[in-house]
Ligand binder design. Structure first.
Ligand SMILES: [Zn+2]
Ligand SMILES: [Zn+2]
Length: 155
C-alpha cells in the first residue's frame, strides 16, 4: 500500500493483525510484540487470530504502527490491526520474507520459533526444515501458531 510518512510518499510493508472481538466485560488488553525483533510496539484488545503479510482491506480506517527497532535495522516492519468475528484457534501466520534471513519470534514470550527466507523455513532450535503449512507451538508459553505461507513482498 502507498501511504504518506512525514510528507514522503513511499511504499511500506504492512502486516495485518486480525483480532477477535472481546467477550463482553472481559478485560483482555495485551502488548503486541513485533514478530521480527520482539519489541513491544502497541497495546491491543481481543485475541490475535491471524498475522498476515500485506494489507487486508477492511471497514476499519487503517492505522499503521511502525516497529522503530526494525526500522533502525533497515527492515520496515509495520502493522495494522483489525477486529473481526472469527473463531479462535491457532494463530494463522503468513510471513513476509525480507532480503535476508528472518526469524519469527513468539509474539507473547519472544521465543524464536522459526527462521525463514522466501524459499525455506526451519524450526528452532533444531534447525529442521519444515513443509508449509506447519503447526508451530511455542514450547515456552504454549501459544499455538499455524504457519500458512511465506510471501515475498512486491514493491
Ligand atoms: Zn521489529
Ligand atoms: Zn511463546
Amino acid at each position: 500500500m502507498e501511504i504518506s510518512v512525514k510528507d514522503i510518499e513511499k511504499v511500506i510493508l504492512v502486516n495485518t493483525v486480525t483480532l477477535s472481538h472481546n467477550k463482553p466485560h472481559s478485560i483482555n488488553v495485551e502488548f503486541y510484540r513485533c514478530y521480527r525483533c520482539g519489541t513491544g510496539i502497541t497495546q491491543i484488545q481481543g485475541r490475535i487470530v491471524a498475522i498476515s503479510a500485506g494489507y487486508i482491506p477492511s471497514e476499519d480506517v487503517p492505522t499503521i504502527t511502525r516497529c522503530y527497532v526494525c526500522s533502525k535495522d533497515g527492515i520496515e516492519t509495520n502493522y495494522t490491526f483489525q477486529t473481526q468475528d472469527t473463531k479462535i484457534g491457532p494463530i494463522k501466520l503468513t510471513l513476509a520474507a525480507a532480503d535476508r534471513v528472518s526469524t519469527f519470534h513468539c509474539i507473547f514470550c519472544r521465543s524464536p520459533l522459526v527462521q525463514y527466507t522466501k524459499d525455506e523455513a526451519v524450526i528452532l532450535p533444531e534447525f529442521e526444515k519444515i513443509v508449509i503449512p506447519h503447526m508451530l507451538p511455542c514450547v515456552r508459553c504454549k501459544a499455538k501458531y499455524m504457519l500458512m505461507d511465506i510471501v515475498e513482498p512486491v514493491l
